[in-house]
Write a protein that binds this ligand. Structure first.
Ligand SMILES: [Fe+2]
Length: 275
């Protein structure tokens, strides 16, 4: 891994340790590849990193593009791989997921699709920004209503909101053309509730961090292929797969960083112009 974390082994019991593991792009075939990368193997390696480095893990968020080929089998692989962590795994769909297949397959108590979740002083809200047949994101009225309802219901909990698509542009034209399209509607709600501390997404396959008034925004590397930041056109970045960790304090403070595997995936097709 390229970065160590500063989560003490004997952290205060009211702190939370949460991981975001995103965009694994699994296939029905365990040998399936994305731009030369065996996505099953790289997810397995990232989960092993989580197992080695985060013994006091509370739960994991998997923020979309779980399966690349819409296969039911891909979701079964996901459940099997994550089962070694022995903590709850909360999943939400991305533009590559087939939402109804995902809901049907992720049925175990450990690996599930959930609207929101409260633990200690924190609340977590998981939104579905996927649109069938589109790479862009959109939060339907039902999603926005659910967000508002959750925020109304838990006013005293520090809150992290998670979705797949980036809610602000990250400075890369091609990927920003597939951002969340109703960003203003989302921020109108978030800005009205002072307990919201973090907004977190997948989709961009790169580390990203931004402060928007009191709200912290986070984007995260994929467990397979990385996209080079700041590029107008699709470009692969020569960085290893990784994850993001969050240390969430009882008083609402957030510490976070990304952590990566030691090595680039074998056979990564760095010069690819798209997928
Ligand atoms: Fe993705």
């Amino acid at each position: 891994m390229t970065a160590s974390h500063n989560l003490p082994k004997d952290r205060p019991t009211d702190d939370l340790c949460v991981l975001q593991i995103t965009d694994p792009h699994l296939f029905a075939d365990k040998d399936g590849q994305l731009l030369g990368v065996n996505t099953y193997n790289t997810l397995q390696q990232v989960i092993q990193l989580a197992l080695d480095e985060f013994p006091l893990l509370d739960f994991v968020i998997v923020s979309g593009d779980l399966v690349h080929d819409h296969s039911a089998k891909g979701y079964k692989h996901l459940q099997e791989l994550f089962s070694v962590l022995n903590v709850p795994i909360f999943c939400l769909p991305g533009n590559h997921d087939e939402s109804h297949v995902m809901h049907l397959q992720l049925d175990s108590l450990a690996c599930c699709v959930k609207r929101d979740f409260q633990l200690k002083n924190w609340s977590f809200v998981f939104l579905d920004s996927s649109i069938a047949g589109s790479e862009k994101g959109f939060l339907k009225p039902a999603e926005l209503d659910a967000l508002q309802h959750s925020l109304e219901s838990h006013p005293l909990q520090h809150t992290m909101v998670v979705l797949h698509h980036q809610a602000i542009h990250v400075g890369s034209t091609w990927i920003d053309n597939m951002a969340l399209t109703n960003q203003a509607e989302l921020f109108t709600i978030l800005d009205a509730y002072s307990q919201v501390r973090a907004l977190v997404w997948g989709h961009i396959h790169q580390a990203f961090q931004h402060q928007r008034a009191s709200l912290q925004l986070f984007g995260t590397p994929s467990t397979c292929v990385q996209f080079k930041p700041g590029e107008d056109k699709f470009q692969i970045d020569a960085l290893a797969p990784g994850l993001r960790w969050f240390k969430l304090s009882a008083d609402g403070r957030i510490e976070s960083d990304v952590m990566r595997l030691h090595q680039l995936p074998e056979n990564l097709q760095i010069g690819s112009i798209g997928y």
